[in-house]
Design a protein around this ligand. Sequence first.
Ligand SMILES: C[S@@+](CC[C@H](N)C(=O)[O-])C[C@H]1O[C@@H](n2cnc3c(N)ncnc32)[C@H](O)[C@@H]1O
Length: 230
Amino acid sequence: MTDTLNADPPRRIRSFVLRQGRITASQKNALENLWPRYGLDPAAAFDPAAVFGRRAPLTLEIGFGNGESLAAMAQSLPAEDFIGAEVHPPGIGHLLIELERRGLDNVRVFRVDAVELLENCIPEGALARILVFFPDPWHKQRHKKRRLVSPAFARLAASRLAPGGVFHAATDWEDYAMQMLEVLNGCETLVNQAPDGRFSERPAYRSPTKFEQRGRRLGHGVWDLVYRRS
Ligand SMILES: C[S@@+](CC[C@H](N)C(=O)[O-])C[C@H]1O[C@@H](n2cnc3c(N)ncnc32)[C@H](O)[C@@H]1O
């Protein structure tokens, strides 16, 4: 008989697969030398006021890729603070280089699965915005279970937003856009901000990301989904 009490918990299906991507010497150097300045430990308690030395609206970007859009947003909104969660080392290295180049001090970085970060490290109601730009579409039918935006994820993300806080996702994959619309419209603590309860115009703070530009070159459309925590 299986000992269910002592059995390992079921392994979570993750929204990413870690690949040994090519990393440049400067990205490697940044991971070694700039991490102490910008990196945060997801196993430690996270106190935004202590980290940033002030209380300001706090945005989390999940899966920031190369971080160009996160750095641009943080530079354009100096009165706000930003945290990014990513698992791909070359992208993290790229962002660290950008943060130093732009002289930004209102961004910190977690190298972690964002689901674990939300579950274990971010207090309820702590965030003004959660951004998920062009998450991996997992377009094959057998891979769709890996998609980040699920009903459980929507409930978890909404719980970390302050009342009135914004959840904003964007994708260039129509089938995922429709799935997100159904999932997010079905989350009872999120209110769709589009007048017709569907897709929104791109808000000014979202500059085009690397994956968005790639999608456009391939002829894809872009769908933005903007919600507020009720
Ligand atoms: C398709 S890329 C998009 C990157 C960027 N947002 C853009 O638009 O250029 C998706 C990114 O999300 C990251 N990612 C996927 N699941 C994640 C998770 N659970 N936690 C943190 N990052 C994740 C991947 O490593 C990848 O860099």
